[in-house]
Design a protein around this ligand. Sequence first.
Ligand SMILES: Cc1cc2nc3c(=O)[nH]c(=O)nc-3n(C[C@H](O)[C@H](O)[C@H](O)COP(=O)(O)OP(=O)(O)OC[C@H]3O[C@@H](n4cnc5c(N)ncnc54)[C@H](O)[C@@H]3O)c2cc1C
Ligand SMILES: O=C(O)CCC(=O)C(=O)O
Length: 317
Amino acid sequence: VCIQEKVPGVQVTVLSEKFSPHTTSDGAAGFWEPHILNDTPQELIRRWGDETWDHLKTLYLSPVACDAGVILLSGYHLHKQPQQDPDWASTVFGFRHLTKQDLQQFPGFSSGWFSTHLLCEGRKYLPWLMTKFKKAGGKVQQGKVTSLTELADRYNVVVNCCGIGAGELVGDSTVQPVRGQVYRVNAPWVKHYLIAHEDCYYIIPCSNNVVLGGTAQKGNWNLSPHPTDSKAIWEGCCQLVPSLRKCKVDHEWVGLRPSRPKVRLERESVGKGSSSLEVVHNYGHGGAGITLHWGCAQQAARLVQEALSLQQLKPKL
Ligand SMILES: Cc1cc2nc3c(=O)[nH]c(=O)nc-3n(C[C@H](O)[C@H](O)[C@H](O)COP(=O)(O)OP(=O)(O)OC[C@H]3O[C@@H](n4cnc5c(N)ncnc54)[C@H](O)[C@@H]3O)c2cc1C
Ligand SMILES: O=C(O)CCC(=O)C(=O)O
C-alpha cells in the first residue's frame, strides 16, 4: 500500500505462500511496544516506531478505526526489579510510574508503569489493507518463492518481506525464531492490559477476545502449542487476574517471531546479467513487526523508488 501511494503508476503484486488469517501478523496481539529487536539501532526503532504510532493514531481518530482493527488500550507494565524508563515513554499516552497504591493490586511486583497504547489487530488490519490494495489496482498471487532471481524476468523490483521465511529464502542464518505461544480467551470483563515483563506473562484485551501470553523461546521452531507452556501461561495469567479462571478458552496459537541481530531494511542487487534483480529487504522485526510496520514500509517504499530510478526500465511481462 505504501508503494502504491508513493510511486505513481506503479503496478504492485503481493506474492505470498500464506495470506490472512494464516500469517504471524494475524496471531500477534498487535500491541504497540518495541521489543525483541536486539541490536537494531535505537534511533531507527524510534523513527519507525513513532511513524507507525502516528499512522495508527490517525486511523484510531478516523471513522475506519473499527474496520482497521485499531484500538486504544490502557494498563500496567509490571516489574520485579527497578527499571529505567523505557525509550518509548514519550511516545505513548499518559506514561506514569506506578504508585504504592497501584502496586497493592499486584503482589510480587515492586515497580512499573501505567500507560495508554495503540493496538492494531492483524486479523482485522490485514484484510482491511488488502481491500485498499486491490482497490488501488494491486494484484495478488499465491505461491512459495524459492529463489529471488526466479522473479527477475517478471518484476523490476522485489521487496523481500517474508518474516521468518526470509532466512531460508536468502540464506540468512541470522534469522531465528523466538517462539511465542498464547491463548485467546473470552473475558470481556478484562479491560486493562497487564504485562509482567520479567516472567513474560501478559494479558492483552483486543476487540473480540483477550490474549494471554506467553513464551519467548529462542531457536524453537515448534508451531504446536506445548502443554507445559499452556500450563505456565494459564497459571501465570490467572495469578495476575484470578477471575480469568472462569473464562472460556477460544483457542491456543503459536507464532514464530522473526528475530535477527537487527532489522534488515536495505537495497541489494542480486544475480547477474538477465537474472539480475533489484531487491529491497524488509525483515527481521522480532516481537515488534506491528509496532514498526508503517515506518518500515515507508522506508521500503523510498528504497523501491530509488531502485526504480536507478535502473533503466525495460518492459517486462
Ligand atoms: C505470540 C506473538 C505475539 C506478538 N505480539 C506482537 C505485538 O503485540 N506487537 C507487535 O508489534 N508484534 C508482535 N509480535 C511480532 C509480530 O507478529 C511479527 O514481528 C510480525 O508478524 C512480522 O511480520 P512479517 O510481515 O515480517 O511476517 P509474517 O506476518 O510472518 O508474514 C510473512 C509473509 O511472508 C510469506 N512468506 C514467507 N516466506 C515466503 C516464501 N518463501 N515465498 C512466498 N511467501 C513467503 C508468509 O506466507 C507470510 O505471508 C508477536 C509475535 C508473536 C509470535
Ligand atoms: O509484550 C508486548 O509488548 C506484547 C506482546 C508482544 O509483543 C509479543 O509477544 O511479542
